[in-house]
Design a protein around this ligand. Structure first.
Ligand code: SAM
Length: 291
């Protein structure tokens, strides 16, 4: 099925997809279902222990070397996800199917990236799902881009702006490797100068000067569309909220999420002593229309 969707000035043709069991099987798109066999050219997450996992591409004749010996990656072809594989030194690994979360944590990072705790909230708060049209800036290393692309597939689209071509190239590699490029348009440019798209469901920013983008975000969003911005400092939040209050946005809200891991062990179950104390603040708002 080939669908043509009108969005303001731009038309785009989503990639050719066929649906089976609710999944899209665009070439290279990651499979959300755990069932099925590992295929040549797919990524697996080799799990060694709670601290060590390795994302590797399965290819016949290719070896993955670790300090625990090497693993013959071709031996995984045709086996079920979750299967054990034994290294040349007799150490057991398990081949997990990489989740988008795993891909984000393994992203080739040249910029600060958004972390799963913030991305998870953003996706729900923005109401992103299959078919959503989303504008993002800056692309950075593409970690958020991957999560957005995975959420909007099979027939949504992510338009991601990045001012620095070097970062854009890194992001392209990360999105390509995740098999999600079919749902993403990487756009090189300064998003403070304008957004080409119109009628989008969400605009999400992770960049130094989000307040400069708010007039363009308002124009790009459909009525009731969601604006979201992630900023590490309170000063950025204050400028962003002031700019939002100058326009017809409602539900203007800023939150901070803290994640604390719990060590679970007999008679010693308690939070970890050390935690990441701060990543950033998430500001969200919804566009309303004036008479
Ligand atoms: C913190 S990184 C974004 C990380 C990204 N969210 C991720 O998860 O990988 C911020 C990015 O915004 C880009 N940026 C800053 N100002 C910009 C602008 N005016 N237009 C487009 N991109 C911009 C920077 O070059 C940088 O790559």
């Amino acid at each position: 099925m080939r669908i043509r969707i009108e969005i303001g000035k731009e038309n785009f043709i989503p990639p050719l997809v066929s649906r089976l069991h609710g999944e899209d099987f665009m070439a290279g798109a990651p499979n959300r279902r755990g069932m099925g066999a590992i295929g040549e050219g797919e990524d697996v997450l080799l799990y060694l222990d709670e601290r060590r996992t390795y994302q590797v591409r399965v290819e016949a004749g290719k070896q993955f070397h670790t300090h625990k010996g090497f693993v013959e990656l071709g031996d995984l072809i045709g086996r079920s996800y979750g299967s054990p594989v034994v290294s040349s030194l007799g150490v057991r690994f398990h081949a997990l199917r990489p989740l988008v979360r795993d891909r984000i944590l393994k992203t080739d990072r040249r910029t600060q990236v958004l972390y799963p705790k913030d991305i998870g909230y953003l996706l729900l708060r923005m109401g992103i799902g299959a078919g959503s049209l989303v504008v993002e800036a800056g692309t950075g290393s593409g970690a958020l881009t991957c999560a957005l692309a995975d959420a909007v597939r099979p027939d949504g689209r992510v338009y991601s702006y990045e001012i620095n071509p070097r970062f854009q190239r890194i992001a392209a590699g990360n999105v390509e490797r995740a098999g999600l490029m079919g749902y993403v348009e990487l756009k090189e440019g300064d998003v403070t100068e304008g957004i080409d798209e119109e009628g989008v469901d969400a605009v999400v920013l992770d960049m130094a000067t989000p307040w400069l983008v708010i007039p363009h975000a308002y124009e790009a969003l459909a009525g009731s569309g969601v604006f979201a911005s992630f900023s590490p400092t309170i000063e950025q939040v204050m400028k962003t909220v002031s700019a939002l209050r100058e326009r017809p946005f409602v539900e203007v809200e800023t939150i901070e999420l803290m994640l604390r891991r719990i060590n679970v062990a007999e008679n010693k179950t308690r939070p970890q002593t050390v935690m990441i104390g701060h990543s950033g603040y998430v500001t969200t708002a919804r566009k309303v229309l004036e008479e």
